[in-house]
Design a protein around this ligand. Structure first.
Ligand code: NDP
Ligand code: GDR
Length: 359
């Protein structure tokens, strides 16, 4: 069976995979997603299942349910059973679990999305973050090699626009300094994804924090909320658009790194304003530095305050991506605009807070 799977994998790589809609081959494709319970993992699983993939995901043991974002993908959500999605316990810090899972699943494509992904937390948990995000990636690559699958697997790495750090040039593209190199001689792509958000975004990232809070304000469940740096600028896209780009990268004949971004940049302040505008209210800013507040026009009620505890030891001030290579080579363009993203997240959080005011 293993030999068959291997032959089949080789066929996949030798077959027609040059364009971004290899739908004819998709039925025999097997994807392994690390981080399947996260924002991107859940959208990607959904996307690949629609393309008829057999989808496997690695989940880690937690004391509370961590499968909320993918529950709807089970054939029988109540019993957590059935369908073409299969979950396996593992951890990015545990090599043997990774080897066992890869050996058993025999994936044709691996999407490595697992990470301690919160930037502020990475300063507090630096060693653990490096273990999971950096050494974890190494463990996956080594596990592929240990299983003798480096010639048959296509590998997607969730890379990040954070790598650009301090502004050297804008917009940032694949040529902007930092040059990842792989000693693994395999089909491996870095998706250098700029910030992407959705109603499934973790609650402590700034966009979701804002949309949750503004929804609560609308429903009179909260009077004001606190933020850190209002002036940092991000290139925010929709996660649904971005997982499609991940898949497109692995359908090419040759591996390459791609920036995935909208090309637009907006400040945290603008995001706040747009979220309030969505509920028909206007925010005006007054005061300076940590004294600055966001006041609701015509009411004089303070809705946003600054709390220095949300400042970062070092801040990335401005991110704006240039995804023209992805447009050229993958024919990828984002479909969801900034204001549509804000609306999508606002509508979802208003619904959520109506149903469950303590969410
Ligand atoms: P999330 O934080 O929503 O999801 C992270 C996933 O990784 C979760 O499934 C989490 O599991 C899992 N995970 C964390 N630690 C481990 C571990 N030790 N072993 C196994 N699994 C683990 O991130 P996103 O979905 O937003 O992002 C996906 C990837 O893309 C991440 O690597 C992120 O750093 C990167 N990225 C994200 C961007 C964005 O704007 N969203 C931009 C650029 C890069 P659990 O549910 O149990 O916590
Ligand atoms: P980021 O996302 O650090 O860009 O990392 P986040 O939403 O956490 O911060 C964006 C900007 O908002 C400012 N900010 C606040 N941030 C949070 N979380 N909470 C606040 O209260 C707050 N107030 C202001 C931050 O200072 C920052 O400038 C995300 C993650 O998905 C990473 O995994 C990924 O690598 C990068 O995007 C690209």
């Amino acid at each position: 069976q293993a030999r068959l799977a291997n032959n089949h994998n080789k066929k996949q790589l030798n077959g027609k995979t040059g364009d971004s809609d290899a739908a004819g081959d998709a039925r025999s494709k097997v994807a392994l997603i690390t981080g399947i319970t996260g924002q991107d993992g859940s959208y990607l699983a959904e996307f690949l299942l629609k393309k008829d993939y057999e989808v496997h995901g690695i989940i880690r043991r937690a004391s509370t349910f961590n499968t909320t974002r993918i529950e709807h993908l089970y054939a029988d959500p109540k019993a957590h059973k059935g369908g073409r999605m299969k979950l396996h316990y593992g951890d990015m810090t545990d090599s043997s679990s990774l080897v066992k899972i890869i050996n058993m699943v025999k994936p044709t494509e691996i999407y490595n999305l697992a990470a301690q992904s919160h930037v502020k937390v990475s300063f507090d948990l630096s060693e653990y973050t490096a273990e999971v995000d950096a050494v974890g990636t190494l463990r996956i690559l080594d596990a592929v090699r240990t299983c003798g699958m480096e010639r048959s697997v296509k590998f997607y790495q969730a890379s990040t626009s954070e790598l650009y750090g301090k502004v050297v040039e804008t917009p940032q593209n694949e040529q902007t300094p930092f040059y990842p190199r792989s000693p693994y001689d395999m089909f491996a792509c870095n998706g250098i994804l700029f910030n992407h958000e959705s109603p499934r975004r973790g609650e402590n990232f700034v966009t979701r924090k804002i949309t949750r809070s503004v929804a609560k304000i609308l429903l009179n469940q909260m009077e004001y909320f606190e933020l850190g740096n209002l002036d940092s600028k991000r290139d925010w896209g929709h996660a649904k658009d971005y997982v499609e780009a991940m898949w497109m990268m692995l359908q090419r004949d040759e591996p390459a790194d791609y920036v995935i971004a909208t090309g637009e940049t907006h400040s945290v302040r603008e995001f706040v304003e747009a979220a309030f505008k969505h509920i028909g209210r206007e925010i005006v800013w007054s005061g300076k530095g940590i004294e600055e507040v966001g006041v609701e026009r015509n009411t004089d009620i303070v809705r946003v305050r600054i709390n220095p505890k949300y400042f970062r030891p070092t801040e990335v001030d401005l991110l704006q991506g240039d995804a023209s290579k992805a447009k050229r080579e993958l024919n990828w363009t984002p479909k969801v605009s900034f204001l549509e993203l804000v609306s999508d997240m606002m509508n979802a959080d208003i619904e959520l807070m109506k149903k469950n005011p303590i969410a």
